[in-house]
Design a protein around this ligand. Structure first.
Ligand code: ASP
Ligand code: MG
Length: 426
């Protein structure tokens, strides 16, 4: 017997027919002898609808009341799933955030789970009852409803799994796993059997949007084994126990999978792309101590995330150009802020370009191997793709290129690292 947390996203919960499908998947896990807790999202589109109501009611809405409104989407689906399970003859009940309770800290609309007191829920589960928990919501120290930020149900699921000491947290979504790259770009992308937390963090944060990034960080911290799999499977599909999705595991577990021959050792695990970046160039910045701090201090204060940074070596007259990227959504704000401080910073021109994309190759394999970056540069050069900026970490190399070349770059790199599925397998 195992204790399993199952999480279902908004598309899987959209309507009574789909909820019945979900209930069937849940029922099967329980019938296999497992203790089951289910974490659910609101029906697809529901949270957006509720957010709009808040805006209409009061554009300067109070975040505490916003939380009361938007948390209701998950209250509906958790009750409906419990009802559906009961209709199938299962014992089931819903546990709202305040009933568990799921205690959170920090601001409304972006709360963080601090503690889950799961004793009562564990006792109920031990008695054969399926626990249904609405994702996304919790309770603050002063007893008010809170929410965890958009996409927060993934984080709820991982937090519940940690609190229950669950053997696995299965995240059912509308894709059936994590792929070597976006299958819409590369038809021969392969589904990965397993990725490490670190790889998933890099893949998620650079645009492989399967899980809320925060949930992956939490899983890593708490050592929760997460599996991503599709809820749109046939009734006679392989049961989840036989692992049809992608497991997100620790590096040690990955080592074991490699040793057992369950996974093939690869230099690069996946290739991500992100078109939501914009490039900023400040020309003729004084080449002296404090110049860069003058630029990035104010951006940090305005909570604008800077990603890639390049400072060229100083040229004559003690000046240099500084290039960096910010999220496209923050570009206008960043530009205004820098213009305001033109005197202080002392640059000549500000040049921006939002038609850029960041392409990243990610893999723990590169920790112990040289040559990953040079393979990337050569493969792109062979296709005449120009690199505008580069950053690296222990398990990632990212380049900034012209947005129009995104698809080409992803395809070229997918082949260059030998990630294309064999023709037979494809
Ligand atoms: N319903 C919430 C949202 O759409 C939380 C979630 O589904 O993860 O952001
Ligand atoms: Mg989601």
């Amino acid at each position: 017997m195992a204790r399993i947390v199952m999480k279902f996203g908004g598309t899987s919960m959209a309507g009574t027919e789909r909820i019945r499908r979900v209930a069937n998947i849940v029922r099967k896990q329980q019938a296999a002898g497992h203790e089951v807790a289910v974490v659910v999202s609101a029906m697809a589109g529901e949270t957006d609808r509720l957010v709009n109501f808040c805006r209409e009611a009061n554009p300067l809405y109070d975040p505490a009341e916003y939380d009361v409104v938007v948390a209701s989407g998950e209250q509906v689906t958790s009750g409906l799933l419990a009802l559906t399970l009961q209709a199938m003859g299962c014992k089931a009940r819903s546990w709202l955030g305040w009933q568990v309770p799921i205690r959170t800290v920090e601001a409304h609309a972006k709360a963080r789970v601090e503690a889950i007191e799961a004793d009562a829920m564990i006792a109920a589960m031990a008695g054969g009852e399926i626990a249904v928990v609405p994702g996304f919501q919790g309770i603050s120290a002063d007893g008010r409803v809170t929410t965890l930020g958009r996409g927060g149900s993934d984080t709820s699921a991982v937090a519940v799994a940690a609190a229950l000491g669950a053997d696995r947290c299965d995240i059912y979504t509308d894709v059936d796993g994590v792929y070597t790259t976006d299958p819409r770009i590369v038809a021969r992308a392969r589904k990965l059997k397993a990725v490490t937390y670190e790889e998933m963090l890099e893949l998620a944060s650079v645009g492989a949007k399967v899980l809320q990034t925060r949930s992956v960080g939490l899983a890593m911290k708490e050592g929760v084994r997460v599996q991503v799999l599709s809820s749109f499977v046939d009734d006679d599909a392989t049961p989840a126990d036989e692992l049809p999705g992608t497991m997100i595991v620790s590096e040690e577990e990955m080592e074991q999978l490699l040793k057992d021959g369950e996974m093939e050792r690869q230099l690069v695990t996946g290739i991500a792309h992100d078109k939501n970046e914009a490039k900023v160039i400040l020309t003729r910045v004084p080449d002296k101590p404090g110049a860069v701090a003058n630029i990035f201090g104010p951006l940090a204060q305005a909570s604008i995330n800077v990603d890639m940074i390049i400072q060229n070596v100083g040229r004559d007259k003690g000046e240099t150009d500084v290039t960096f990227t910010v999220p496209q959504a923050d570009l206008a704000r960043a530009q205004a802020l820098l213009e305001d401080r033109r005197g202080e910073i002392g640059f000549n021109r500000i040049i921006t370009d939002s038609k850029v994309a960041k392409i990243s190759v990610v893999g723990v394999g590169m920790k112990s191997h040289a040559g990953v970056a040079s393979t990337m540069f050569k493969a792109l050069a062979d296709r005449g793709i120009n690199i505008q900026a580069i950053t690296t970490s222990e398990i990632k190399v990212s380049v900034l290129i012209d947005e129009d070349e995104t698809e080409l770059a992803v395809r070229v790199l997918h082949s260059a690292y030998g990630l294309d599925a064999d023709d037979e397998a494809a």
